[in-house]
Design a protein around this ligand. Structure first.
Ligand SMILES: [Zn+2]
Length: 330
């Protein structure tokens, strides 16, 4: 009873805060458009890799959701559709590059596409939609936000960003069994994942256990508004989603969960880790999530086809073992 009372009070406070934040944001809390930012990455390389991968696989088709235009900058939001070999038993949406300064998410998606092109028999019953680069301007200029200065991942209530509108229109008539969005967190010390509006922690715990077994650090202390990681898991309860919408801070994954897509996760790696390790963290986590979604897979057996072999207890970067970084959560 006491717990219920505390929860109710917190909920009322959160509602009031959300309303306040929402009104502040709507009254002009947006950033200004970027000016004179140097381009640091070349979109042509991504296009080339996607075309090459799609040409290798008769399951793969490369298309776009549409394009974004900012002055002379024009770029598509690429979409790789991977068809199943028979009837689709599961439908999956994989995304990366929502924040342009979190490059391992987009790179993990590209490598996943390339490996799937080389392994056409993998996941034969899955239909994938893969959007490797949701924020092409941000990626090309190494900025979190789009050219307008909008954080796409806070824009799924107001849809001011063209990228968010393209995603919204694309998913309008679709239903995914699994959604995985790949991010990075510059301030984090280790791996963690968001589990959106889901009471069952078991799958998330398997993902985290695999990362730990491979010797990667697990984040213990990241906060998101009133929520906090608990041994690598950030649980976002269902009641928080309408509040985030009210506050005009709805993320893409929150929006997708509210639209009824059944299992929605967001993976975070720390940019302080070595590049190869970050990619392996993304791919390893995705492996576990995909395997758990595969109804044909035998239980408790996780393939290591993305990453080669199971990793020893220390990362490949040649640094110190990460285990000393673990902290016990109280
Ligand atoms: Zn991010």
């Amino acid at each position: 009873m006491k717990k219920l009372l505390v929860t109710s009070i917190l909920l009322v406070i959160a509602l009031a805060l959300a309303a306040c934040v929402g009104s502040v944001v709507r009254l002009g809390g947006r950033s200004r458009p970027y000016r004179n930012v140097r381009r640091v990455r070349d979109l042509a390389t991504i296009q080339g890799r996607l075309k090459t991968a799609a040409a290798r696989s008769d399951r793969m088709a490369l298309g776009t959701l549409g394009s974004v235009h900012y002055g002379i900058f024009k770029a598509p939001l690429w979409r790789v559709a991977v068809s199943p070999k028979g009837p689709a038993e599961k439908r999956l949406l994989l995304t990366g590059g929502v924040h342009g300064n979190e490059p391992a998410g987009a790179e993990a998606m590209l490598r996943f596409i390339e490996r799937l092109a080389d392994s056409p028999d993998r996941y034969p019953n899955f239909a994938f939609d893969i959007i490797p680069l949701v924020n092409p301007w941000g990626w090309a200029h190494d900025r979190r936000r789009n050219q307008q200065g909008r954080d796409i991942n806070r824009d799924f209530a107001s849809f001011d960003a063209p990228e968010a509108r393209l995603i919204r229109d694309f998913v309008r008539d679709k239903r995914y069994d699994l959604v995985v969005d790949h991010h990075e967190h510059p301030g984090a010390s280790g791996f963690y994942l968001y589990q959106i509006d889901c009471d069952d922690n078991a799958l998330s715990r398997r993902v985290i256990a695999q990362q730990r077994e491979r010797g990667y650090p697990i984040e213990q202390d990241v906060r998101m508004v009133v929520f906090k990681t608990r041994d690598g898991l950030m649980r976002i309860p269902g009641w928080a989603l309408p509040l985030a919408k009210l506050a005009r801070m709805l993320s893409m994954t929150n929006y997708l969960r509210m639209q009824g897509h059944s299992r929605v996760f967001l993976i975070e790696t720390s940019t302080t880790q070595a590049w190869d390790d970050r990619l392996e963290m993304h791919q390893g986590a995705l492996d576990v999530l995909l395997h758990a979604t595969d109804v044909r897979a035998r239980p408790r057996r996780v393939p290591a086809w993305h990453t080669g072999q199971a990793r020893p207890g220390t990362p490949s970067s040649g640094g110190q073992p990460y285990r000393h970084l673990y902290r016990t959560h109280r």
